[in-house]
Design a binder for this molecule. Structure first.
Ligand SMILES: [Zn+2]
Length: 415
């Protein structure tokens, strides 16, 4: 059995100035085909909408080729496919009683598969209304450790159907390159199963957010209590008497006990969440790297992180659950659904994927990435003559089974 795993990398295209209008014209026709398909297939509420791509192609393809004066055959097909897929989603929404309307297309977004584009590691050749245009990639000077280096230049990945976008604010074109890796693995029945709970830990908002969607503890509250304690301590220090010194110690001890107890409750909730979902592992982000997120004066937060992690390890042991850490790179920027890694995906507590539009609480999205990272790490470590083991990670909606050696998509496609 083969599994495909995908990563999306956003790369700026160096489009020759005199060819920009060709890309715009191509997009206009591409959107025209999608709109025409949508108008034709949308029959709600009088009739059932058409959700068959081949029915739509039979009815529209010849006309659209003519209307667009011979737009590349594959672009016409991809536009039809896009509209039909969106209508299919609308039909699902309607069935769920949600409000929806006929899809309309007006933004710049063209789907290029390998018939309408030729992908290279440093450039792409795109079919347009007037022949091909070759665009170089704007590559980072040192691609190592970037999505560009990890996927775009990685020979283990090959190009799959990708999209070209245009940002009018900066007048630039971007390729959302979908990189694909195919893996051969044994059937899950034979494999030794692991099940990972991912936890994203924070110094503000919730202390821990799990890949199963549990929001645990309140870091803002913990920080507030700490500030109150500091205030009282500062005012006692000014008094300077012997009795104030004793009080000083007492409230210090009391706060220490209180905060430790608070973190105990949090760690307990995390481990119980893992136990409830039958997890064999808990994945946390590597503390050394988390420290970089915490400013120097926040020693208390460092202590809290340390304490929480130690407590989780200690409690997990009672349940026979193993705690492991993963590198936190990309966990907050990467889409846990499609793998698209962009800084712009995250805006504070809000995560919205610029590629697939997946939206979620940012920490919840990160927790799923943390879980997946460990699942892959385990998968890699367990490769044996018996074949690749399957690792799973627990999600709100069930368990995700993955198999990969480093990083991969949330939605492996069995093929
Ligand atoms: Zn996405």
């Amino acid at each position: 059995m083969a599994w495909e795993v995908t990563r999306t990398v956003r790369v700026r295209l160096d489009v020759p100035d005199d060819r920009k209008s060709d890309l715009h014209a191509t997009n206009d026709l591409f959107q025209h085909c999608a709109n025409r398909t949508s108008e034709w297939a949308w029959r709600y509420p009088d009739e059932e909408c058409v959700t068959s791509k081949s029915d739509a192609e039979d009815a529209l393809y010849e006309d659209l080729r003519e209307e667009t004066n011979g737009l590349h055959a594959n672009l016409v097909q991809k536009a039809i496919k896009r509209a039909i897929k969106d209508i299919d989603n609308c039909v699902d929404d309607l069935a769920d009683g949600e409000n929806t309307s006929q899809p309309e297309y007006d933004t710049f977004s063209i789907v290029y598969d390998k018939r309408a584009a030729t992908y290279y590691r440093d450039k792409v050749s795109l079919a347009t209304v007037s022949g091909r245009v070759e665009c170089d990639y704007d590559s980072p000077e040192n691609p190592e450790g970037t999505p560009h280096g990890d996927y775009l230049l990685n020979e283990d990945y090959s190009f799959s159907t990708s999209t070209v976008h245009y940002d009018s604010e900066v007048d630039e074109f971007y390729l959302h390159a979908v990189m694909e890796q195919e893996l051969d693995v044994d059937s899950p029945e034979k494999a030794e199963d692991s099940n990972v709970l991912g936890v994203d830990c924070n110094v503000d908002d919730h202390i821990g957010v799990t890949s199963t969607g549990a929001f645990i503890g309140n870091a803002d509250y913990l920080n507030h209590q700490r500030r109150e304690f500091e205030k009282r301590r500062a005012s006692l220090q000014q008094t300077g008497t012997r009795s104030s010194h004793l009080t000083f110690q007492r409230i210090g001890d009391r706060f220490g006990r209180w905060s430790e107890d608070y973190l105990h409750q949090c760690s307990k909730a995390i481990v119980e969440e893992a136990h409830r979902h039958g997890c064999t592992h808990i994945a946390l982000e590597n503390l050394e790297q988390i420290r970089e997120r915490i400013s120097d004066e926040k020693k208390f937060q460092q202590w809290a992180f340390n304490a929480l992690q130690t407590m989780v390890e200690y409690k997990a042991e009672e349940y026979g659950i193993i705690v492991e850490t993963v590198k936190p790179q990309y966990t907050s920027q990467q889409c846990s659904k499609c793998g698209c890694t962009l800084e712009e995906n995250r805006d504070g507590q809000h995560f919205e994927c610029l590629d697939c539009s997946y939206t979620a609480n940012a920490d919840y999205n990160a927790a799923k990435n943390v879980a997946r990272k460990l699942a892959f790490k385990l998968q890699q470590g367990q490769k044996s003559p018996a074949g690749g083991a399957f690792c799973q990670y627990a999600l709100q909606s069930g368990i995700m089974t993955v198999s990969d050696t480093s990083v991969s998509s949330d939605t492996p496609v069995s093929g």
